[in-house]
Design a binder for this molecule. Structure first.
Ligand SMILES: NC(=O)c1ccc[n+]([C@@H]2O[C@H](COP(=O)([O-])OP(=O)(O)OC[C@H]3O[C@@H](n4cnc5c(N)ncnc54)[C@H](OP(=O)(O)O)[C@@H]3O)[C@@H](O)[C@H]2O)c1
Length: 285
């Protein structure tokens, strides 16, 4: 469950942001095609990952979905002939290494990695268990997971004539909600890491994108039936439209997330932070 969706827009300062505010690709940089790719989507068994998987599959890409729940993955590949799956626990560094080895063997044409798998948990910072198990799981899954998987697959991606890495962050990377502190911190960190990765790869043929969702109706934190969340099908349609029509964008921001993404740039950060946190004070699942 995240904020920044339609129902809370009235609380957010209007994002007076022009297209020039976006980070943009260098002129010569390759543009991720939306067809003809071999695409790995972590967390492709549900929510945003599944939505992207089905949209890319419908466009004629070979999509491989990965996650822990084999039954869930099997149901989706059965419903989408040609789509394939591979089990992955991105919290587990050993598993990531063997997974990357299997990917290289089975899918040597892999040219797009979408780091989408993630977890979101409420944490009460004044009443935490000694082992900080939730905080450690969130960091391992949302931050170390994409870092490790990117490192393991980068050599394969860079063998291809053109390739792309898309990291999924969040509007909450830019304005955190206090009930989910480690989650928001991992998303801010992924935003930062993505910028460095993009800069280090600037002279290569691997482009680096960041998908920045608003509050979208999925089961991430029981938000699937929250009327304030953006419907998943509308979100995926807007994302695919941006990918097709705005090839220079490196941050994929639907309209609903701009209030959060550009809160600081708009000069309204404090009021956006306050409004968002007042609205989300009761998050407790
Ligand atoms: N929904 C929102 O409002 C929202 C807003 C901003 C950003 N996001 C981001 O969007 C991404 C997708 O979230 P979602 O909303 O689509 O939620 P979701 O439906 O719960 O999807 C999360 C996916 O991650 C996978 N996953 C979790 N832990 C994993 C692990 N250890 N190893 C491998 N896969 C794992 C899950 O599959 P298994 O359980 O089968 O492993 C699941 O398919 C996340 O990174 C989330 O932070 C979501």
């Amino acid at each position: 469950m995240e904020d920044g969706g339609e129902g809370l827009r009235f609380r957010l300062a209007p994002a007076k942001v022009t297209i020039a505010s976006y980070p943009r690709k260098q002129e010569w940089k390759v543009t991720m095609k939306t067809t003809g790719n071999t695409i790995l989507i972590t967390g492709g068994g549900s929510g945003i990952g599944r939505g992207l998987a089905e949209a890319f599959h419908a466009l004629g890409n070979h999509v491989i979905i990965a996650g822990r729940r084999k039954q869930v993955l099997d149901a989706i590949t059965a419903a989408n002939p040609g789509m394939t799956s591979l089990a992955l626990d991105i919290e587990n560094r050993v598993n990531i290494r063997s997974f990357a080895g299997q990917m290289a063997t089975r899918y040597p044409a892999l040219n797009v990695l979408i780091n989408n798998a993630g977890i979101m948990r409420v944490e009460k910072l004044q009443a935490q268990p000694d082992d900080l198990a939730d905080a450690e799981s969130i960091v391992a899954t949302n931050l170390l997971g994409p870092i490790r998987l990117t490192a393991a697959l980068l050599p394969l991606l860079q063998k291809q004539p053109r390739s792309a890495i898309m990291n999924v962050s969040s509007g909450l990377a830019f304005v955190p909600i206090a009930p989910t502190p480690t989650y928001c911190a991992t998303k801010a960190a992924i935003h930062s890491y993505t910028q460095s990765l993009r800069y280090q790869l600037r002279a290569s043929t691997t482009e680096v994108l960041e998908l920045i969702p608003p509050y979208v109706a999925t089961n991430l934190l029981n938000g699937a039936s929250d009327p304030r969340a953006m419907p998943l099908d509308k979100y995926i349609a807007e994302v695919m439209d941006i990918l097709k029509t705005q090839p220079a964008a490196v941050e994929i921001c639907v309209e609903n997330v701009k209030g959060l993404r550009f809160a600081a740039e708009s000069g309204h950060y404090d009021s956006v932070f306050r409004g968002l946190n007042e609205a989300m004070a009761n998050v407790s699942h």
